[in-house]
Design a binder for this molecule. Structure first.
Ligand SMILES: Cc1ncc(COP(=O)(O)O)c(C=O)c1O
Length: 381
């Protein structure tokens, strides 16, 4: 029996998208591919709400994150990075290891750094080249709610604004142009509900100009090559994952058919249902309220709830997959991906399975709490 994949990526992929991968292989240097690639670029631009160029990399999200660093950061360049989780921390380490100087603006996990602190640090470091922000910190279930302000700040200081939107595009607001995001990276396997393996990256004219005149001496993630191949012939410089491109095309059709506003609204409603349902079961959200994500729900374990036993029961007995915590949060939280196809069925089945697993572990869940949890979700579509 198939799993209900409630991981914070990869997530459930609709059959329509999986079936698209059965399309025969084509020449990636022929018109069929050029047409497919152009149409994909147009669709992802609509999803990013941008007029900027978008390149599709055949990599997981990390490939696009790495491309955003190695194409922009040179030795000694300063980059400010809000850090309140593992992905922010990893990004800052990557900048340092590439020769840049990451200036970390930290907050305890479960919170966002104060916006004022970022502004202050930029004032003290006027030669900062870029601010790199992880929009949705998947390891803690927090979302930065002042991305627009960082965009304005960067514009007024002439710094680049780079956003890691790997786990959020398709599930929450992300108007790339309105927020002045110079480089925005995402991945296929999360909010866009496609299989893993494609990572789109949008690049503003300003960033493109810089990248074209200062290309890094690397091969695969060298964005200058991608621009050249696209502009010369609507191709990619290296062999693209053709079957995944077909799947991604179908997944983006689904996103655009539903419409971004409706899709974002559905994610918000499902997240609210998860938070209030879990709360009613005595499993409090990990993140402070103002930072809570609408796509990754992180909740604290209570005494007697062993991470491995709990998630194994969910997977084996109920065929529901959720994630544990990692890094500092290992064993302390569990995380539910409420993204992509998520709807009432996903929320109800996940919560019902959690209640049963808690009962099986001898954790008393009173029936009033359980019925409260379901009352909370009865309003969702
Ligand atoms: C915020 C964020 N950045 C980067 C990544 C890395 O993506 P991938 O695992 O696709 O390489 C992830 C993956 O979960 C993520 O959530």
């Amino acid at each position: 029996m198939e799993y209900l994949v409630m991981l914070p990526g990869p997530t459930n992929v609709p059959n329509r998208v999986m079936n698209a991968m059965l399309a025969p292989i084509i020449n990636h240097r022929g018109d069929d591919f050029r047409q497919l690639y152009r149409s994909l670029v147009e669709k992802i631009k609509m999803t990013f709400q941008t007029q900027n160029d978008v390149i599709l990399l055949t990599t997981s999200g990390t490939g696009a994150v790495e491309a955003s660093v190695v194409n922009l950061i040179k030795k000694g360049d300063k980059a400010i990075v809000p850090v309140c989780g593992e992905f922010g921390s990893r990004l800052a380490d990557l900048i340092d290891s590439w020769g840049g100087k990451a200036i970390r603006v930290t907050a305890p996990y479960g919170e966002n750094p104060q916006y004022d602190k970022i502004e202050e640090v930029l004032d003290q470091n006027k030669d900062t080249k870029a601010i790199y922000a992880v929009y949705n910190e998947t390891s803690t279930g927090t979302t930065i709610r002042y991305m627009d302000k960082i965009g304005q700040l960067c514009s007024s200081h002439g710094a680049f604004f780079v956003a890691d939107a790997v786990s959020i595009l398709g599930g929450d607001e992300l108007p790339v142009d309105k927020w002045n995001i110079d480089i925005c990276v995402t991945a296929s396997q999360k909010g866009l509900a496609a299989p893993p393996g494609i990572s789109p990256i949008s690049i503003s004219d300003r960033a493109k100009k810089y990248i074209l005149s200062n290309p890094p001496s690397i091969l695969y993630l060298n964005l200058k090559r991608y621009f050249k191949y696209y502009e010369d012939s609507f191709e990619t410089p290296f062999t693209p994952a053709l079957s995944l491109f077909y799947a991604f095309n179908e997944a983006l059709d689904i996103v655009l058919e539903e419409g971004l506003d409706k899709r974002i609204g559905r994610h918000r409603t499902c997240a609210e249902a998860f938070y209030s349902g879990l709360n009613a079961l005595g499993l409090p959200p990990f993140a402070v309220e103002e930072a809570r994500s609408n796509v990754v729900i992180a909740a604290k374990y209570i005494d007697g709830m062993d991470d491995k036993k709990f998630r194994t029961l969910l997977a084996k007995d109920f065929r529901v997959l959720i994630a544990g915590g990692f890094g500092e949060l290992k064993g302390k939280v569990f995380r539910i991906g409420s993204m992509g196809e998520v709807n009432k069925y996903h929320v109800t089945r996940t919560l019902a399975s959690i209640i049963s697993a808690m009962n099986m572990l001898g954790l008393k869940v009173n029936s009033e709490a359980a019925s409260n949890a379901f009352e909370k979700i009865s309003g969702i579509a």
